[in-house]
Design a protein around this ligand. Structure first.
Ligand SMILES: [Zn+2]
Ligand SMILES: [Zn+2]
Length: 173
């Protein structure tokens, strides 16, 4: 059994839409290599630095992610079990194994589908795009749709609606 404990540089385009690993950033590998009958079993953890943006408020986020790695690299000449439908099985080729696809799979599957800066991120105001985490009280006066039609009848009413946040602010103080 061999232990690998070293750092490598991240390959390009390791990530999903909003989050990923910056190319060239440090990846901490802590892996065990065990010779088994069919090949080499690689297991352990790859720690990567995740960078990206919150899917709700678009603030940048950064954290460390531990991606579990467990993969059997088959020796050349070993026939795969018949029920194994994957034809891109990992192989030991010329005594070497290519960890990158395995690392890629492990990291991408561990990435959140909807990354958030914090569990209860309030996101952006759907009206004006303001970051609601900075001002949880922020809101717009919502006109009842039945009255909105009436409000459109006069210019004064339309002006009033446009200025409604300011008047609300004043009333609160
Ligand atoms: Zn956020
Ligand atoms: Zn707003």
């Amino acid at each position: 059994m061999t232990i690998l404990d070293e750092q490598v540089a991240a390959p390009a385009e390791l990530g999903v839409a909003l989050v990923g690993v910056q190319e060239g950033s440090e990846i901490d590998l802590d892996l065990r290599f065990e010779a088994v009958h069919e090949g080499i079993l690689v297991s352990g953890v790859a720690t990567v630095e995740i960078n990206g943006e919150c899917g709700r408020c678009l603030e940048s986020i950064a954290y460390d992610l531990d991606a579990d790695i467990q993969e059997l690299f088959y020796y050349e000449g070993i026939n795969l079990p018949e029920d194994d439908e994957e034809d891109d099985q990992c192989r030991v080729i010329d005594d070497h194994i290519d960890l990158e696809p395995v690392l890629r799979d492990a990291v991408v599957t561990a990435l959140p589908f909807q990354p958030v800066c914090k569990e209860d991120c309030a996101g952006l105001c759907s009206e004006c795009g303001m970051n609601l985490n900075e001002d949880p009280e922020h809101h717009h006066e919502v006109l009842d749709p039945r009255w909105a039609a009436l409000a459109g009848l006069s210019d004064n009413a339309a002006d009033h609606a446009a200025n409604s946040t300011h008047s609300v602010d004043r009333e609160e103080r």
